[in-house]
Design a protein around this ligand. Structure first.
Ligand SMILES: Nc1ncnc2c1ncn2[C@@H]1O[C@H](COP(=O)(O)OP(=O)(O)OP(=O)(O)O)[C@@H](O)[C@H]1O
Ligand SMILES: [Mg+2]
Length: 330
């Protein structure tokens, strides 16, 4: 497979001086589902805007489908679809009218356009409400219509900027399914940005994790999690001052099977292949050393753990879903 997106040492400095993208390099192969995972302000939208020719880069090089983002913007726009972070639908128009308008902008007309609009309404399951005003759609329906409007001209490469943010779990899964269909059945290359580990994990064949305008690590989700060396043991400490944390860290590091121990906001995260089996040992050792644990849980390593390992913090602080929990241990 050849590269359909190629980025080398891309830098974007905004007029105020913010280095939003600070020398990133990556490539995406034709047909690939590629992800950019990172927290607020990481530089995801800036990268998408440069690649979709909506924003001029400061330096470096970037090509899409072999075309240069600075010199060949018109050519690039013919082969890409872009879903921006904020929806750009016209609420006064119906779903069908929105898609038809988008078609006209892409120079499609007549029966061919009518057929394409029907196809897309079916794909995103909006046929039933096609003739209602978009302003009356739910958030999930708007996002699905937005997605459909990026597809009118059958793009080869689809750029999606947080396509499921703010959606309920059901609508999120519906969008994921449409994206998988597009990628797998129609061979559309997808470049997706997200802050959601679960989304990146489910959809992306390869991804880069981006933070403060830099790529901190790239690989397939499986590869990245595998590098952590096992499942995660998350420990919260009752009195997490520096001394206690350091002592706890030494204790956990000394346990056979533990491959790595990292600080978290509330305590520690340790990685081990036989993580569940080590929990009783940890609880006993902490007891003997009079260190109070408020909770200890074992989870499969996630992309959030990968982010933690590379940046020293979590993308978000919500608790991971727990497999085993010992709460309130004194
Ligand atoms: N038009 C702009 N002018 C100046 N600075 C900007 C502009 N747009 C973004 N920035 C800054 O550039 C950095 C990267 O922003 P960007 O929007 O690319 O992040 P992001 O990863 O898309 O974040 P989010 O997940 O919140 O959408 C941030 O520090 C942001 O404040
Ligand atoms: Mg953004």
């Amino acid at each position: 497979m050849s590269d359909i997106i190629n980025v080398e040492n891309l830098i974007k400095v905004y007029p105020g001086g913010t280095r939003a993208v600070d020398g990133i390099s990556f490539s995406v192969r034709e047909g690939e589902f590629f992800g950019f995972l990172g927290p607020n302000g990481a530089g995801k939208s800036t990268t998408i805007q440069v690649l979709t020719t909506l924003l001029k880069k400061t330096s470096g090089s970037a090509t899409v489908a072999g075309y240069d983002v600075d010199k060949d913007a018109r050519e690039i726009r013919k082969v890409i679809g872009v879903q921006r972070q904020d929806t750009i639908l016209d609420g006064d128009l119906t779903g069908r009218e929105n898609l038809t308008l988008q078609g006209h902008l892409q120079r499609l007309h007549g029966n061919a356009l009518k057929k394409r609009v029907d196809e897309l309404l079916t794909l995103v399951e909006l046929s039933d409400v096609a003739d209602k005003r978009a302003a009356h759609y739910s958030g999930g329906m708007k996002k699905r219509l937005d997605l459909a409007s990026t597809l009118v001209h059958k793009p080869r490469v689809l750029f999606l900027d947080e396509p499921t943010s703010g959606l309920d779990p059901q609508s999120r899964v519906a969008i994921w399914e449409h994206l998988e269909t597009l990628n797998q059945d129609e061979g559309v290359t997808v470049f997706l940005t997200t802050q959601q580990m679960e989304e990146a994990d489910r959809l992306c064949q390869r991804l880069s994790i981006i933070d403060h305008g830099e790529i901190v690590v790239s690989g397939s989700p499986v590869e990245l999690k595998h590098q952590l060396g096992g499942d995660t043991i998350t420990m919260s400490l009752a009195n997490g001052d520096g001394g206690v944390k350091d002592r706890s860290k030494r204790i956990v590091s000394g346990i056979q099977g533990v491959t790595k121990v990292l600080d978290t906001e509330t305590g520690l995260a340790a990685y081990a292949k036989n993580a569940s089996a080590l929990v009783p040992d940890i609880v006993r050792l902490f007891d003997e050393n009079k260190i109070r644990l408020t909770s200890i849980s074992v989870t499969s390593a996630s992309l959030d753990d990968v982010f933690l390992q590379h940046t020293g913090r979590r993308i978000r602080s919500e608790e991971l879903s727990k497999v085993d929990t010992w709460k309130g241990h004194v």
